[in-house]
Design a protein around this ligand. Structure first.
Ligand code: PBG
Length: 324
């Protein structure tokens, strides 16, 4: 005799829905947006079908249309003209530059939206690295000063969450102190806690033209072979005052999301990165998978692993297809 029949809880949609353990909601999303200079400009990222770089006027419209779908949080990434890049990422502090100017505009027009920004040198660096390069090396402590100034400049625009994506040691505490000194104690930090040196970022680097000019990012981003090391990073970020811990990429690192959510009480964010989006789009375009079904399964897997926040290029299309 079979005593336990788990199939009984799967016998109808009504029962399946009743016992469903995890759900994706529009409230879970942070939608990454790419910003370019100019007016009335919208260019598609060729390796990310459906994802565009927007000029400031159009990014406002895009945010408005997403808010109508219930998306309330956005992460804005700037694409900076090559001629403005230098060794020390000077352009990141330019109040009249496209990034800081547009952030102010966005917060003025949508004060209720939650706006997150990226802190790292790569979009503004002539070396294409997240930190300062000296003699072919990425130097940690001198980078911290630059990152802290960048964070304060962004906070001055009224943004809600700072996202240090650079993986320098000590940067969360350093940035926290600089924000507090500048009177920004209400500005949150979502730390890229476990950010791996990953092949999944290439489409993002196409979007921003921000690929490293030499070498790779392996001396600061984590080795994909390591899980326990993520716990060290999470411990440090927690002690240094992070408000959220992020794992990135997400899909190949669900075990890391699970580990962090088990061992830490801060909310965990999963970054469903560019390459994860592009793979689904490419296979779906070939008719090899059902893109929407796979998208939903992937997003759900991040919730199941323990993420409460998902940064995803799928956010808008998910919201469109789940509109009530
Ligand atoms: C920059 C940064 C990267 C991403 C977010 N911030 C790229 C990198 O580290 O090379 C990747 C996001 C994605 O692939 O969607 N520090």
């Amino acid at each position: 005799m079979i005593t336990h029949r788990p199939r009984r809880n799967r016998k109808s949609a009504a029962i399946r829905n009743m016992v469903q353990e995890n759900h994706v909601s529009v409230n879970d999303f942070i939608y990454p947006l790419f910003l370019i200079d100019g007016g009335n400009k919208k260019t598609e990222v060729s390796s990310m079908p459906g994802i565009f770089r927007w000029s400031p006027d159009l990014i406002l419209n895009e945010i408005e249309s997403c808010m109508k779908l219930g998306i309330t949080a956005f992460d804005v990434f700037p694409s900076i003209n090559d001629t403005l890049k230098d060794k020390t990422a000077t352009e990141s502090l330019n109040k009249n530059g496209v990034y800081l100017k547009t952030l102010t505009l966005i917060k003025k027009k949508f004060p209720e939206a939650c706006i997150m920004t990226d802190v790292a040198m790569d979009p503004y660096s002539s070396d294409g690295h997240d930190g300062l390069v000296e003699n072919g090396k990425i130097v940690n402590d001198k980078t911290l000063d630059i990152l802290a100034k960048m964070a304060v400049a962004q906070a001055d625009c009224g943004i809600d969450i700072i996202g240090p994506s650079d993986m320098m040691d000590g940067r969360v505490g350093f940035i926290r102190e600089a924000l507090d000194d500048a009177g920004h104690e209400e500005v949150s930090i979502m730390s890229y806690t476990a950010k791996y040196a990953s092949g999944f970022y290439n489409p993002f680097r196409d979007a921003l033209d921000s690929a490293p000019k030499f070498g790779d990012k392996k001396t600061y981003q984590m080795n994909p072979a390591n899980g326990r090391e993520a716990l060290i990073e999470a411990q440090l970020d927690t002690e240094e005052g992070a408000d959220f811990l992020m794992v990135k990429p997400a899909l190949s690192y669900l075990d890391v999301i699970k580990d962090l959510s088990t061992h830490f009480d801060l909310p965990i964010a999963a970054y469903n990165v560019s390459g994860e989006y592009s793979m689904v789009k490419a296979a779906a375009a070939k008719g090899w998978i059902d893109g929407e079904r796979v998208r939903d399964e992937i997003l759900l897997s991040m919730k199941r692993a323990g993420a409460s926040v998902i940064l995803s290029y799928f956010a808008k299309e998910w919201a469109l297809s789940n509109k009530k």
